[in-house]
Write a new protein. Structure first.
Length: 133
């Protein structure tokens, strides 16, 4: 009887380990947030102080990238850095170039001329000026 109880306990332990391993295998792939390159920028004219935005576009290198958002850093009251971010998941990806185009809200800006630096992943940037009325 003791041997039978031991065998059942051993079977349950092995089954539990197998189920735990299976649960780990079903875990979604990990992902990370990265700065992505901005290829082109369009800034419409005629903004007030509360509604400025830019339309940014670029190309993702594969299907594991998904646009996440825009980060605006105010270096001075009239100089701002804009970074586009994407979530990159690990796992199987289609190795195709995927274009993106997104509206990038710039936040509240005071009246006057502002310089916007649209940053790339390697630290280079495209600079544009915008007049806030």
């Amino acid at each position: 009887m003791r041997k039978s109880l031991f065998n059942k306990s051993l079977c349950l332990a092995v089954l539990g380990l197998a189920m735990a391993g299976s649960a780990l295998a079903d875990e979604p792939p990990r992902s990370k947030e990265v700065v992505v390159d901005i290829s082109s920028v369009y800034i419409p004219n005629g903004f007030g102080t509360n509604d400025p935005f830019a339309v940014i576009s670029g190309i993702f290198p594969n299907s594991c990238y998904a646009f996440k958002g825009v980060q605006v850093t105010n270096l001075t009251p009239t100089l701002h850095e804009v970074r586009a971010t994407a979530t990159v998941r690990q796992g199987m990806c289609l190795m195709i170039l995927i274009p993106y185009s997104e509206e990038a809200p710039l936040g509240k800006l005071d009246r006057g001329t502002h310089t916007l630096r649209f940053m790339s992943s390697n630290g280079t940037y495209t600079e544009r000026s915008v007049e806030i009325q």
